[in-house]
Design a binder for this molecule. Structure first.
Ligand code: GLN
Length: 247
């Protein structure tokens, strides 16, 4: 893997926050802040670019972030991203893509519109979404594919969509509480493209996932000192305790 070298001679990552004007529900912008912070703590230089829906998506970023959105902004975002082509080119080139909820659905082959109509996605990730019978709303807990070495996920979900994973992708995790994809799995990944239904923001609640993405883009990472992890540790402990199913 080639690692980008910054002006100070160290490592550098270029983060691209895709369509914050359309896709950014439940504080998903926090994912950008967490990646920026965790990179800076390791002296990795960060350039963060926010690209609105009337702008071209640069295809030379290292990590692309997409958030959740209501149905109509999601449909508009998918239409524009398909026409723009920058995100698909970046993914093709091996850039990291991390997408949440509406962003996750639109990376796939198709997703459900307002009345359940089948709408084309970007086909960057081999998943197919449609509208489910009921909304998945509430806390979600899921155990990550052990291959990825990421601790149990905690998050918040609010979506009507259900998602089926095709041959070309793997489930990100197995749900122990909540809905996720709707079949007992949660999220999906293939190569360096990863989608999830988790808000929270996902990377604030799951720093292990943040480091997985950062490591994919910047190479091996040193663990952070305990003091830098304390807030995330407390947040995880509190959220996981609150999400324990009542038996
Ligand atoms: N509109 C999509 C759904 O309801 C995504 C919602 C979201 O991003 N929170 O499934």
């Amino acid at each position: 893997m080639t690692e980008a070298v910054g002006a100070r001679g160290g490592r550098r990552v270029r983060l691209v926050w895709v369509y914050p004007d359309l896709l950014s529900t439940y504080g998903d912008r926090g994912n950008l802040l967490v990646l920026t912070r965790r990179a800076s703590l390791r002296d990795i230089e960060v350039e963060a670019v926010e690209v609105n829906a009337d702008e071209a998506v640069p295809d030379d970023g290292d990590i692309y972030l997409l958030g959740g959105g209501e149905d109509l902004p999601q449909i508009l975002a998918a239409t524009r991203l398909r026409a723009d082509g920058g995100l698909a080119r970046a993914a093709e080139r091996g850039a990291v893509v991390f997408a949440v909820c509406a962003g996750y659905q639109l990376l796939g082959r198709e997703f459900g519109g307002v009345d359940g109509e089948r709408l084309p996605g970007l086909s960057i990730l081999d998943v197919t979404s449609g509208r489910g019978d009921r909304r998945g709303v509430g806390e979600i807990v899921a155990d990550v594919d052990p291959v990825l070495g990421v601790p149990r996920l905690t998050g918040f979900e609010n979506h009507q969509g259900v998602t089926k994973i095709g041959q070309g992708a793997r489930p990100l995790a197995r749900v122990t509480l909540g809905v996720g994809n709707g079949d007992g799995t949660e999220g999906a990944y293939a190569g360096k493209v990863l989608g999830t239904y988790l808000h929270g923001p996902a990377l604030a609640r799951n720093p292990g996932l943040a480091d997985l993405l950062l490591g994919w883009a910047a190479g091996p990472l040193q663990p952070l000192p305990g003091v830098s992890e304390e807030w995330a540790r407390q947040l995880r402990a509190e959220r996981l305790a609150s999400a324990t199913p009542i038996s």
